[in-house]
Ligand binder design. Structure first.
Ligand code: AMP
Length: 216
């Protein structure tokens, strides 16, 4: 099954993708992760993308579509796909349908993780990511000392705060989501592929139970 996860920044797409991969063995593709890797490696795509990412703007379609085309060509898609952070606008959704069509595949479901903005802002400002394995965690509710000593529960790696996970950038990311990405709700709804999950529970496994229910 090939799934698109929709939802604003901090809605929990990355965390739910980790759960889906662990339970069903699907391939998780996060364009945000691919871009952060490209920025860290200072590739041509990474150099082009960095200023857009820092500002909370969408990276130009040609950069993203080039990255995705290469990813599809070099990956085993036979266990199914979870697309996290892609597509981000209607042009990307149309391009995705074409790319998958060429591979004899299609999107089966788009799942909207529906999360109120106040929760999104709180989650983003406390989100941390593992430098080694990419695990997503949170320092919400921790005192400063515990937050500073927080290491990855999966691999013991260093947990860091993403450059764009700050209050200044988050409002723009929400605005960009509303303007450019939210229209995809209608795009997939018209194809009878849309399902909705409440993303507000603070326990991610609770969200996952609801997500699994819509997959069945
Ligand atoms: P994310 O990790 O999904 O929150 O993405 C982080 C940033 O990477 C976004 O704010 C965008 O600047 C950029 N980005 C990720 N995916 C895309 C995409 N499909 N199209 C354009 N920009 C993207």
């Amino acid at each position: 099954m090939n799934i698109v996860l929709l939802g604003g920044p901090g809605a929990g797409k990355g965390t739910q993708s980790e759960f889906l991969t662990a339970e069903f063995g699907m391939l998780h593709i996060s364009t945000g992760d691919l871009l952060r890797e490209a920025v860290a490696n200072q590739t041509e795509a990474g150099v082009k993308a960095k200023s857009f990412m820092d500002a909370g703007e969408l990276v130009p379609d040609e950069v993203i579509l080039g990255i995705m085309q290469e990813k599809f060509e070099t990956s085993d898609l036979s266990n199914g796909l979870i697309l996290d952070g892609f597509p981000r606008n209607t042009e990307q959704a149309i391009a995705l349908d074409k790319m998958l069509d060429c591979l004899g595949a299609q999107i089966d479901k788009a799942i909207l993780i529906d999360t109120p903005n106040d929760i999104i802002i709180q989650r983003i400002c406390s989100r941390r990511m593992c430098k080694s394995c990419g695990h997503i965690g949170s320092v919400l509710g921790m005192n400063a000392e515990d937050a500073a000593a927080y290491v990855c529960p999966d691999c013991g790696g260093e947990m860091y705060q993403r450059d764009d996970d700050n209050e200044a950038t988050v409002q723009n990311r929400i605005d960009v989501y509303m303007e450019k990405t939210a229209p995809l709700i209608d795009y997939y709804s018209k194809q009878n592929k849309l399902a909705k999950v409440d993303g507000s529970p603070s326990v991610p496994k609770e969200v996952f139970e609801n997500l699994k229910a819509v997959l069945e």
